[in-house]
Design a protein around this ligand. Structure first.
Ligand SMILES: O=P(O)(O)O[C@@H]1C[C@H](O)[C@@H](CO)O1
Ligand SMILES: Nc1nc2[nH]cnc2c(=O)[nH]1
Length: 312
């Protein structure tokens, strides 16, 4: 039997969050976010410089942190709740390559019922905590025929499909304390970090597995139809996912230095004559298989970024 709760059908498997967390149309004010930041500052004795968002199945990146402090989202005032498998739902603070870091073990997606500005709330929290460099990771379907499962695509640009329809995390009143009303987005992904990432990938033996490409985000939760993938390909997308774009927009708006990569967890099915189908379990499994190398990759690249002093 199912019962309707807060706009969600709960059949015992789906996690249902508090209605005010999901349904409220009220934007977070600067002052409200400061309350969250004050709470976190009391719990953590250092200010993070680096932020990392873990994609589906990539939460183990948090295990690389030294002297870590883990705080579940459920304990953080005003924080949304994680509802997706492969997104644990906690902030982990610690040191990575000697740098004070905060890792989001679990992100928020539009398909969970959160508006985009709510999905991106943690980015403004990171900014207010002191984060200058944001690493965003995601699991994505490879649309470029050269991409194989397990490959990594450094995101050089994105196509904001949801934005085409007017859905943007910056929609609504603009608070200049975060950034300007009309932020540029043509240099959203730091070019120097992409160059460095390629070099590091070669150094650690990932050289033949990396690409540079264009990511696009659809609202999900369903995977794409063959016709939709055909259209996205024509538009110039190399990988397709359900996150990241709105996070990158929010991070650039508040002047963070951004690096993003996709782990290609499945090859997009672009023909009708096949029994192949993408599924979330496979997505998580690929993340787990790659976790060792990705941990090494992320810590080495961070070390070199700060050694070289790369920022916007
Ligand atoms: O959070 P990310 O973008 O890594 O997760 C992708 C998109 C969906 O949430 C999920 C589909 O398997 O993986
Ligand atoms: N939209 C979308 N998201 C994904 N996340 C992982 N694989 C995929 C995919 O094929 N499509």
């Amino acid at each position: 039997m199912t019962t309707k709760t807060n706009g969600y059908q709960s059949n015992g498997t789906a996690k249902v969050t508090r209605s005010e967390e999901i349904d409220s149309g009220e934007r977070y004010t600067y002052e409200l976010l400061v309350e969250t930041v004050e709470y976190l500052k009391k719990k953590v004795p250092f200010a993070p410089q680096v932020g990392i968002i873990c994609g589906s199945g990539l939460g183990s990146l948090a295990e690389t942190l030294v002297n870590s402090i883990e705080i579940p989202y459920t304990e953080i005032p005003h924080f949304p709740r994680s509802t997706v498998k492969g997104h644990a739902g906690s902030l982990v603070f610690g040191y990575l390559s000697g740098l004070p870091t905060v890792v989001m073990k679990g992100r928020f997606h539009y398909y969970e019922g959160y508006p985009l500005w709510k999905c991106c709330m943690p980015i403004r929290i990171m900014k207010l905590l002191g984060v200058s460099h944001l690493f965003i990771t995601n699991a994505a379907g490879g649309l470029n025929p050269k991409y194989r499962v397990g490959d990594i695509m450094f995101v050089k640009d994105h196509i904001n499909i949801m934005g085409f329809a007017g859905n943007n995390p910056l929609q609504g009143p603009n608070d200049e304390r975060f950034g300007p009303r009309f932020p540029p987005m043509n240099q959203a992904y730091n070019r120097d970090i992409i160059k460095l990432a390629k070099k590091v990938a070669h150094e650690i033996g990932l050289g033949d597995k990396v690409h540079e490409g264009v990511y696009t985000c659809l609202g999900g939760p369903n995977f794409e139809t063959v016709a939709e993938l055909g259209m996205l390909k024509m538009l110039g997308a190399d990988a397709v996912g359900m996150s990241t774009v709105h996070e990158v927009i929010t991070a650039n708006h508040c002047d963070m230095t951004v690096f993003a990569f996709s782990l290609i967890t499945n090859e997009c099915v672009v023909q009708y004559e096949t029994t192949q189908e993408p599924n979330h379990e496979e997505v998580i499994d690929v993340g787990k298989k790659r976790e060792g190398l990705l941990k090494k990759f992320v810590s080495e690249i961070l070390r070199q970024i700060f050694e070289k002093g790369i920022h916007n």
